[in-house]
Design a protein. Structure first.
Length: 137
């Protein structure tokens, strides 16, 4: 497995991981209608825009399998809500179901945390659903 910085050309891979992991992880948490509305086609341009934003203070990293297929990713940066305790946030961490519970999430988080430390951040918050079965990763 390889962890590397995400690029705009990875947008379709991030869209696939986002949609697929939402549908497996949040099936009993969010309405089925919402999950059914998720699509790679709608999600890919969202990721392309995020990954192309040169003014963004956020960083994104992907995990690839041995065939260079994106199996997960993490993203985070400067905290967006003006919280006085946390200077940074982990905004996204998604892994395909088959790759969960193998330590990849921890590796992705550590990579992002190291980047945030280099940028001068001293604390990071994470938002998640209370019912998320993977919240304790």
């Amino acid at each position: 497995m390889l962890i590397r910085e995400a690029r705009a050309v990875d947008a379709a891979g991030l869209a696939k991981v986002t949609v697929d992991s939402w549908k497996t992880t949040y099936a009993s948490i969010v309405p089925a209608e919402f999950l059914a509305s998720l699509s790679y086609k709608k999600n890919t341009p969202v990721w392309r825009t995020r990954l192309s934003d040169s003014a963004s203070t956020w960083s994104y990293y992907v995990a690839e399998d041995d065939k260079a297929k994106i199996i997960g990713f993490v993203g985070g940066g400067t905290e967006r809500n003006g919280n006085s305790v946390y200077t940074a946030e982990l905004g996204f961490i998604y892994l395909l179901q088959t790759y969960q519970r193998k330590g990849i999430g921890r590796q992705l988080t550590a990579t992002l945390a190291n980047r945030l430390i280099q940028q001068g951040h001293h604390s990071m918050m994470v938002w998640t659903f209370a019912a998320n079965p993977n919240r304790l990763f």
